[in-house]
Design a protein around this ligand. Sequence first.
Ligand code: IMP
Length: 185
Amino acid sequence: MEREHVESDLDLEQTLFTEEQIVDRLREMAAEIDADYEGRDILLVGVLKGAVMVMADLARALPRHVEMDWMAVSSYGSGTKSSGVVRILKDLDTDIAGRHVLIVEDIIDTGLTLSWLVANLRSRHPASVEIATLLRKPDALQMEVDVKYVGFDIPNAFVVGYGLDFSEKYRNLRCIGTLAEHVYR
Ligand code: IMP
């Protein structure tokens, strides 16, 4: 859906990135990834459900064969913040031992979910594990896990659209916008 299909203009405060800006940035990231992984096969691991749109556009922008697999994790938290206590809801179908794994994420906020995920995947003896995220919030800069590919650094606001939800809504919004506080308070 488009921005004008959101019930009330007041729910979405500001469009941060249009669909075109997002896809352009993902194309740039894909070119960088393609060059970095020259001579190596990539297994893209998408984190459900938020990364669905990023995966679709990033994977199609890559000028080579890639495999895709998915994980679903749930991070216990209160409201809009995660706690770092993670549970696997859906595990990978692929044995990643010896594989070059690139985790595809929609957003990194505290980085707690991702730190846990990277440690979990490393324990399966892949050849390498890197992270590509479309969005990164300021708190993530403090995390010890290195994020190799970042689409956009954004301020500390709650954002929705392009896969990102609030209470399972807004995932199918084409752009990314900031949600007004009155919606999630
Ligand atoms: P972290 O563990 O704090 O990095 O949280 C990461 C997860 O929290 C993401 O994969 C999203 O599912 C969710 N999240 C964090 N910030 C936002 C946001 O601004 N909008 C929607 N979901 C978010």
